[in-house]
Design a protein around this ligand. Sequence first.
Ligand SMILES: [Zn+2]
Ligand SMILES: [Zn+2]
Length: 80
Amino acid sequence: MEYTYEMCPFCTSEVKIPADWPAMCPRCGNKILPCSTCYDDLPGWKPCNWTENKGCWRFPKEKEGNKDALHTLDGKETKK
Ligand SMILES: [Zn+2]
Ligand SMILES: [Zn+2]
């Protein structure tokens, strides 16, 4: 599994999270997207277009009712 380092926008700590899916901040419990990997220069990828309301094209914000599915740092899916 690949990891990336992201700055948590909620508690501003730098945390290591899986590069391929959103994860929960180990410090504050908020959801962090691995958006630094959105800028990897891969074929067919477009730049991250993250907005607070919509998320970004790789990790669109979940629709209502489906928003509590998160992954822990080891990749297991959890429900709040
Ligand atoms: Zn945090
Ligand atoms: Zn992104």
